[in-house]
Ligand binder design. Sequence first.
Ligand code: UDP
Length: 195
Amino acid sequence: MRVKLLNAPIDCLSMDQSVERVAELISAGGPRRVITLNPEILYRAVQVDHDLLELINKADLVTADGEGIVWAGRVTGTPFPERVTGIDLMLRLVDRAAAEGWKVYLLGAAPGVAEDAAKQLTRRFPGLQVVGTQHGYFKSDEEVAIVQSIKQKGPQLLFVALGAPAQEKWIDRHIESIGHVVAVGVGGSFDVISG
Ligand code: UDP
């Protein structure tokens, strides 16, 4: 079930169900967008950034990322099963990716961090295929080459760690050119995973 909170859609799904939904999106193919929605982003979208609100409305999966959102669901009578954060969802998806053979690409964070995160993840989830990494401090004239490189490597899952809402906007600008991929904005997750 999908509910509206302050005009933003949010899916009433547990972590397990969110992972299943992503698996379905991968099977269905096409460019797919996942947003883990925290209260700061929801507030910003509703109050000042209507383009962002449009992006949230376009997303294929929007998870309740924050106690504030889980609480708001409870008081408005549409409870969310649990909080589904970016990093938790990423780790669960990477685990599943190793089992299913989905290829993963990591875009974002400071130079070296995505590579370190990839090393940690492949150690932790044997069999995981990280097909590429790219840091998040590129110039705008480098974007076309980065997008081409992602497309050519053909990941099923693209994790974008540029901070919210920059990552959601980056995904929206480029996902149609990448094609068949599920893109998930994951904020500071690479910093955490890289240790
Ligand atoms: N970042 C980036 N490029 C930029 C700005 C930020 O790759 O131009 C990265 C930054 O290094 C960090 C992440 O984006 O890894 C943002 O993390 P933060 O915890 O601030 O994001 P949030 O979870 O609050 O969205």
